[in-house]
Design a protein around this ligand. Sequence first.
Ligand SMILES: [Zn+2]
Length: 532
Amino acid sequence: MELLVEDATFVTMAEQAGPVEAMLVRDGRIAAIGPAGPVRAAADGAQVVRLDGATVIPGLIDAHCHVTDVGYLAAAADCSQPSAPGIEAIQARLRAAAGRTPAGAWVTGGGYAEYKLRENRNPTRADLDQAVPGRPAVLYHTSLHACVLNTAALREAGFADAEPDPPGGAFGRDSEGLLDGVVYEAPMFALFARNLHRELARMSDDAGGGLIGAAGRKLSSFGISSACDADLRRDTFAAFAAADAAGQLSQRIYGLIVHDQVDAVPRGRHSGRLATEAVKIWADGGMSSRTAAIHGRYPVPPYGSGILSFERDELTAMVRDFDARGYQVCVHAQGDRAIETVLDAYAAVLPAGGGNPRRHRIEHGGAMYPYLTERAAALGIVIASQPGFLSGLGDGFAAAFPDRYDELYAFASWQRAGITVAGSSDAPVITADPRIGIRDAIVRRTGDGRVLGPDQRLSAREALALYTTQAAIACHREDEIGSLEPGKLADFTVLDGNPLETEPERIGGLGVLATVLDGIPVYQSGSIFPGQ
Ligand SMILES: [Zn+2]
């Protein structure tokens, strides 16, 4: 099957590119791309697709997100604003969800933000009890840093009224000190993971595959054609494998296997769309929860210096083991103290002569200050980071790092030092939409409108590179994806404008017209690819 794509602006992200007017796709790969004459001459009975001046970019790559979580939330009742403007509307959504939720499963809603609700407060256990009495119901906050449980869910989760606040978290309470159903931070994260994995255990493999399919449809509507799943376990691998077998994977999935699950997940390239060749380790906590391990202390609650998950020697031993077994190692590290520990581990394991052949990574790298950047660059460490945090969480960073917020997520400094920086979302922590990440890498504006690290702003081309060429390198896939060049896979995204020539603040509003894998659209908003 051949496809000749014409009448489009092509942003190839290739090294040397002359004028590009047409692209020929054959058998799922780019057979030719360049001036119209020679590309047409190479076409042999191809179906011609004229794109009316739309822009074709390489398929976007999210180098770090949580695909299964996205799917789990996609299946929840939509309780977001403005679609559910008040608590009554949320109750109606949950009531409707209860009707289609099988017995034994929790009724689940998500997406609300109390400050956008008419009542300007969190719904409570009593509100949820009214909507869903007698069986567990959970309503996730859009930030995923809080949720609301009804009485049955509180009971099943084992949260009693006399419960003290757990470490790293808190319970909302009413005027009598009784639990009002709202759960914050650490116990919320544990509950989310527990609910997701219970849900997967309850589901058939096919239904698990369906959950992955739902996530994939969402991601492809954002133009994403490849994604690293940063939390791959035995049960989620089974769901990915089922989706793959059913032809329901709309992204190429590059799985990072959680370190204690490595022996439970088969390793390798299982198909063109599913691979498991990397390991994920957590070295510390998060920036917005102030659990990232830092030197010094946070000036805001819960104060302290964050949490380091492993001592240096223990982490080094883990990295050495996985490195020896041939895995790429990807370590979550946010605070400067954690990043230092991870770099110590990498320095102990990597060959003395330099080089990082397995492309071991740091995930996030929030407080990677200049002396750490220098070390990471010398070691050849790859960073997978999240520009979209700047608008989504940046004001919280500014509060937690009042003296150094301009040095956080220092994308320009990292690139100048020669580090490969891959773009990603960490969804569902923030939206998976890479248009937001690309915009934020350029403007670095927080929700409140302040610019964090004006010196760290990237050009539009550099920002797009994070999600294309650079992310491909972070996944060992630069020979196949990340740019539009002959011989590469025909993975591309069609936008209704050129992100390199759009006013940066408007990039988030560019429309995704189609997302194409192997030359076949997996998503399109209209019908630019006829007969699909
Ligand atoms: Zn993550």
